[in-house]
Design a protein. Structure first.
Length: 335
């Protein structure tokens, strides 16, 4: 058992019974056993393996990323755990509050929260599941932080289209989907449509196409939806607001309609309501009433710029599990 800075404790287990045949895998397993189970220092391990300290460090990283090392966290009575409990009781939602330093740069804050979300997803995603994944700056960070958690018969489906007048968006969304697929050894289903159609009638026609209907039907099977909340006020500005997806007039229209955020390019107001927002009729994201039917709706938020969007999404019941930084969680508790 080792202490971590947040005040919680963690323990790591080493999968010593797994079969690892390559020399690198064998060395990684040996290094992990010596470091985590025997509490030996890296210098001592390097001497025993006849290698350098930096090589031992790389072997330990390899052991973690390939699933040889598992981590379980038991929160102790620290601020983040207590704050999470208070918010969970108030909102009826599972809160995972990530301990963060108030002076932390926005990019580091996003990386910290995303890494914690990726860790939690390792336990949430299991075999024979259908997982819907949105795209965006936060989802990109989460996908990069994922480690190996093999499953079977699992599907990862894209929640909304990514193309816009400036870019096809295919590689951007595909990279996120591919990382999820590799992490969980899952089949991926891309959604080859734009983020927004020019006309609502075009979307209605496209929704009748066999290839599009097939993806929509996979989405209907979702056990888990993974997303962040878009917000123009976030320090790390949401991709939908900076990537050429909206015109100036559309952005102004959303502001006038009282829009505070979006889930997978479906916009909502301060009450978490998406009705009467005209742009939603052209969006390719799932309607919020259909999203509400997904049993687990896992949302990841980093930064106080998304505070208003978080409040609205919670009010609208859009979230069942929320990973959030400590600063934003405190602001949320303060009302």
């Amino acid at each position: 058992m080792k202490k971590i800075p947040s005040g919680g404790t963690y323990k790591r287990g080493v999968a010593g019974t797994s079969v690892h045949t390559t020399p690198k895998a064998k060395d990684a397993l040996r290094a992990a056993q010596l470091y985590y189970l025997q509490d030996m220092k890296m210098e001592v391990i390097a001497k025993e393996l006849g290698t350098s300290r930096s090589t031992v460090s790389r072997l330990l990283t390899h052991a973690k990323r390939t699933g040889m090392v598992s981590i379980s966290i038991t929160p102790s009575a620290n601020m983040s755990a207590l704050l999470g409990n208070q918010l969970s009781e108030h909102y009826g939602v599972t809160f995972n509050v990530v301990p963060t330093d108030g002076s932390m740069p926005d990019s580091e804050l996003l990386a910290r929260v995303s890494a914690h979300a990726a860790y939690l997803l390792g336990d949430l995603v299991s075999s024979s599941m259908t997982v819907g994944v949105a795209w965006g700056s936060t989802m990109q960070a989460v996908s990069t932080a994922l480690t190996s958690h093999p499953t079977h018969d699992t599907k990862i489906v894209q929640l909304n289209g990514a193309a816009n007048p400036v870019s096809s968006g295919v590689s951007y969304a595909s990279d996120i989907l591919t990382r999820f697929g590799h992490a969980f050894t899952a089949r991926t289903e891309q959604f080859p449509v734009p983020a927004f159609f020019d006309r609502a009638s075009t979307r209605e026609a496209m929704w009748q196409e066999t290839s599009i209907r097939r993806v929509l039907e996979v989405q209907q099977e979702m056990n888990l939806a993974v997303f962040s909340l878009g917000s123009a006020g976030s320090a790390v500005i949401s991709q939908v607001y900076r990537g050429g997806y909206l015109t100036k007039s559309e952005t102004q229209e959303l502001r006038e309609m009282g829009v505070v955020g979006d889930v997978a390019t479906v916009f909502f107001d301060k009450d978490g309501n998406s009705s009467n927002i005209s742009l939603n009729a052209r969006s390719t994201g799932p309607a919020l009433d259909s999203l509400l039917r997904v049993p687990t709706r896992f949302c990841v938020v980093a930064g106080r710029g998304k505070l208003e969007a978080v409040r609205a999404a919670l009010k609208g019941g859009l979230i069942t599990d929320l990973v959030i930084d400590e600063g934003t969680a405190l602001a949320l508790l303060d009302g």
